[in-house]
Design a protein around this ligand. Structure first.
Ligand SMILES: NC(=O)c1ccc[n+]([C@@H]2O[C@H](COP(=O)([O-])OP(=O)(O)OC[C@H]3O[C@@H](n4cnc5c(N)ncnc54)[C@H](OP(=O)(O)O)[C@@H]3O)[C@@H](O)[C@H]2O)c1
Length: 336
């Protein structure tokens, strides 16, 4: 089988994906008889790089490319055609308020009969129904496993391993930056030192407000509610409290008492409605989340059939996100 892939966005995740494709080339052939050819890579800076015969990924990773065609979201459909792509991998930056331009790029792919794969949460929150409907109508797949928790399997878990199970509740530690900051404060450090620590571990942006104010966790929660509960919540439907205003003494005392404070994201069915909340919470001493390393991501699912299931991912980073994207690509290419 040959997959011809176009990638929009060649930042941390896009570059890790390119490296993984080079590293795993033999394994993909040996295990799945799959040859992945990257026939297009695009970003605002790179414009459209296209070669239906396959681009040289090592050269792109070494920043050896020439700008021939400037990038424009309107031209993604014709680019996919020119690159003879069978799948678009969308890895441009997140705009949590609009889900654009990723949604426009994915729409162009799904309409023209390409599979659409993304690590971007925006399209899930703003256009999930539309994109899933387009994929069904075109007989292709729309996949987004890496959008919520890097490569921790969330959506494929429910789709493949747990058919019929209805998600009734969710609780998660889905943001490392806030866990690292709180852990730093527990050890006697300041909030600002916690931010620096999170940046040095590669989990926080130079402006960490999205993480600190609970916005990142909120968008992840919306994606899970939309896809796994079928509930289209909006950003303003989530009760959101960040960790900025937390009193350091409270954080230190909670940790000493064995009930550490962490930013918990949760969904609960309450009659006909789903309540969504992101807030600093003291974890009970017997809570398995209470003993986790700050770099872990944890998700606990409650379903109508299976009462409880917890997943914990350790040591995740942009490479793990790229691996989640690669998993989507492999599964789509082999018809899963
Ligand atoms: N890093 C992670 O661990 C992680 C985890 C989960 C999900 N994600 C998601 O994965 C996506 C990529 O993340 P990243 O860390 O790789 O980001 P990044 O390093 O900032 O790279 C973003 C890429 O997108 C391109 N881009 C930005 N705006 C664009 C636009 N309007 N049109 C076309 N290209 C555009 C940028 O290049 P130009 O500036 O040249 O356009 C750059 O190549 C994001 O949606 C992010 O939320 C990341």
């Amino acid at each position: 089988v040959e997959a011809r892939v176009c990638i929009v966005g060649f930042g941390h995740v896009g570059r890790h994906l390119a490296r993984l494709l080079l590293e795993q080339e033999q394994a993909l052939r040996a295990q799945f008889d799959l040859a992945v050819r990257v026939t297009g890579v695009a970003s605002r800076r790179m414009g459209f790089q296209t070669d239906p015969g396959g681009l040289d990924l090592a050269a792109l990773l070494a920043d050896r490319w020439e700008l021939r065609h400037g990038f424009s979201s309107d031209r993604v459909a014709s680019w996919l055609e020119e690159a003879r792509a069978t799948a678009l991998i969308e890895l441009s930056s997140l705009d949590p308020h609009t889900g654009e331009p990723a949604t426009t790029h994915l729409r162009a792919a799904l309409r023209t009969g390409c599979h659409g794969i993304t690590a971007n949460k925006g399209p899930l929150v703003h256009a999930y129904d539309d994109l899933a409907g387009l994929a069904r109508a075109s007989g292709v797949a729309f996949r987004f496993e890496a959008a919520t928790c890097d490569c921790v399997p969330v959506y494929s878990l429910f789709r493949e391993a747990l058919p019929l199970a209805r998600l009734t509740g969710f609780r998660g530690l889905v943001n490392n930056t806030t866990s690292v900051i709180l852990e730093t404060i527990e050890r006697g450090g300041t909030f600002a030192q916690g931010v620096v620590e999170a940046q040095s571990r590669g989990v926080a942006e130079s402006d960490p407000s999205h993480d600190v104010d609970g916005f990142d966790s909120t968008v992840k929660l919306l994606a899970i509610a939309r896809v796994l509960m079928g509930v289209p919540l909006r950003l303003e439907d989530v009760e959101r409290v960040g960790i900025r205003e937390l009193d350091p003494d409270v954080v230190v005392r909670a940790a000493r008492g064995g009930t550490p404070m962490r930013l918990v994201a949760s969904l609960a069915r309450d009659g006909g409605v789903v309540r969504a909340r992101v807030a600093p919470t003291a974890l009970a001493a017997h809570d398995p989340f209470a003993r986790l390393d700050a770099m872990a991501l944890a998700l606990h699912f409650e379903t109508d059939i299976l009462p409880g299931l917890t997943l914990v991912g350790h040591g995740l980073d942009a490479r793990s996100t790229a691996y989640g994207v690669l998993c989507d690509l492999v599964n789509v290419a082999r018809g899963r």
